[in-house]
Design a protein around this ligand. Structure first.
Ligand SMILES: *[C@@H]1O[C@H](CO)[C@@H](O)[C@H](O)[C@H]1NC(C)=O
Ligand SMILES: *[C@@H]1O[C@H](CO)[C@@H](O)[C@H](O)[C@H]1NC(C)=O
Ligand SMILES: *[C@@H]1O[C@H](CO)[C@@H](O)[C@H](O)[C@H]1NC(C)=O
Ligand SMILES: *[C@@H]1O[C@H](CO)[C@@H](O)[C@H](O)[C@H]1NC(C)=O
Ligand SMILES: *[C@@H]1O[C@H](CO)[C@@H](O)[C@H](O)[C@H]1NC(C)=O
Ligand SMILES: *[C@@H]1O[C@H](CO)[C@@H](O)[C@H](O)[C@H]1NC(C)=O
Length: 233
C-alpha cells in the first residue's frame, strides 16, 4: 500500500486532485429557471417579515418576459435601463402574445426593471440590481400585493448580455386561477429565448458560457479518469 502511494506519479496526483476538485462543479445541479428562483427569494424575504407570500402567476410571468424583451437594446454599457412600455402595450401586445385572456387581465401595481451586461445569479440580482434600496424594497414589503410574475431575457446573441430582469406585482384579489389566465390550457408563449416564472423551462441558457465550461470540465474529468485507468493496468 505504502509502495503504491509512493509510486503514484505526479500526473496521477494531478488528475486525482482534479477529479476531487472538479466533481462537485460538474455535478452541481443547474440553477434551472432563474425566474422561479428569484420569485422564491422574494417570498423568503416576505416570509421573514411576516408577510403573506405573493402567488406565482404564470400569465403575469409571461407578460413580464414580454416587457423585458421589449427593453432589449435599451440597456447602456453602464447598466442603466431606459425603458418604459406604453400603457396600451400591455393589453395590445404583451397579453395577446402570451395568450392571456383579456377579460381576465388584472391590475399591474408594481413594476421593477433592471439590466446588467453580465449574468447575475438571482440572489445577486435581487439584492444589488432589482431591490437595492429602501424605495425598491418597499415593493417587496407591500402587503397589498397578491401575485407576482418574473421574466428574464439575455441578449440577442445566445449566451451574451445584456440581461434584462422584469418583476411585475399585482394586487388583484383573484389569485392566479382567475387573473391573467392563459388560454390554450395555459400554455403561454412558445419560448424562444428568455424565461419566465411559473414554467419549468430551464433558463440557464441565459448563461451559455457556463455550459461550455461544464462541457470542458466533463472532458477533463474523462481524460483524468482514463489516465488513472491506464496507470492502474
Ligand atoms: C412562502 O414562500 C416560501 C419561499 O418560497 C416558502 O418556503 C413557504 O413555504 C411559503 N409559505 C406558504 C405559506 O406558502
Ligand atoms: C397557481 O398558484 C398555485 C399556488 O401557488 C400553484 O400551485 C399553481 O401552479 C399556480 N398555477 C399556475 C398556472 O401558475
Ligand atoms: C452612465 O449612467 C449615467 C446615468 O446613471 C448616464 O448619465 C451616463 O451617460 C452613462 N454613461 C454611459 C457611458 O453610458
Ligand atoms: C428604448 O430606447 C429608445 C431610444 O431612447 C426609445 O425610443 C424607446 O422608446 C425605448 N423603448 C422602450 C420600450 O422604452
Ligand atoms: C402598495 O401598493 C399599492 C398599489 O397596489 C399602493 O397604493 C400603496 O401605496 C403601496 N403601499 C406601500 C406601503 O408602498
Ligand atoms: C430582504 O432583502 C433585503 C435586500 O437584499 C435585505 O437587506 C434584507 O435583510 C432582507 N430581509 C430579510 C428579512 O431577509
Amino acid at each position: 500500500m505504502a509502495m503504491e502511494a509512493k509510486n503514484l506519479g505526479f500526473f496521477n496526483w494531478v488528475s486525482l486532485s482534479s477529479i476531487l476538485i472538479l466533481a462537485p462543479l460538474v455535478c452541481s445541479k443547474n440553477h434551472g429557471n432563474a425566474a422561479n428562483d428569484l420569485l422564491e427569494i422574494i417570498n423568503k424575504n416576505r416570509t421573514a417579515q411576516n408577510l403573506p407570500n405573493v402567488t406565482e402567476n404564470r400569465g403575469l410571468g409571461c407578460i413580464a418576459l414580454q416587457y423585458a424583451q421589449q427593453c432589449r437594446g435599451n440597456c447602456t454599457s453602464n447598466n442603466t435601463l431606459h425603458c418604459h412600455a406604453q400603457e396600451d402595450d400591455f393589453t395590445e401586445i404583451f397579453a395577446p402574445n402570451c395568450g392571456v385572456e383579456l377579460p381576465t387581465f388584472g391590475s399591474i401595481s408594481g413594476t421593477v426593471l433592471g439590466c446588467q451586461q453580465k449574468y447575475l445569479h438571482p440572489q445577486e440580482a435581487f439584492s444589488s440590481l432589482l431591490f437595492p434600496g429602501p424605495k425598491k424594497l418597499s415593493l417587496v414589503k407591500n402587503g397589498s400585493f397578491t401575485q407576482v410574475g418574473v421574466g428574464i431575457i439575455g441578449g440577442r446573441k445566445k449566451g451574451k448580455g445584456p440581461y434584462i430582469w422584469c418583476v411585475l406585482f399585482s394586487d388583484s384579489k383573484g389569485r392566479n386561477a382567475t387573473t391573467f389566465v392563459l388560454e390554450d390550457v395555459g400554455k403561454g408563449i412558445e419560448q424562444k429565448s428568455g424565461c419566465y416564472s411559473g414554467t419549468s423551462f430551464d433558463c440557464s441558457q441565459g448563461d451559455k458560457r457556463f455550459d461550455v465550461v461544464r462541457k470542458l470540465l466533463v472532458l477533463l474529468m474523462f481524460v483524468s479518469l482514463s489516465v488513472q485507468f491506464f496507470d492502474l493496468l
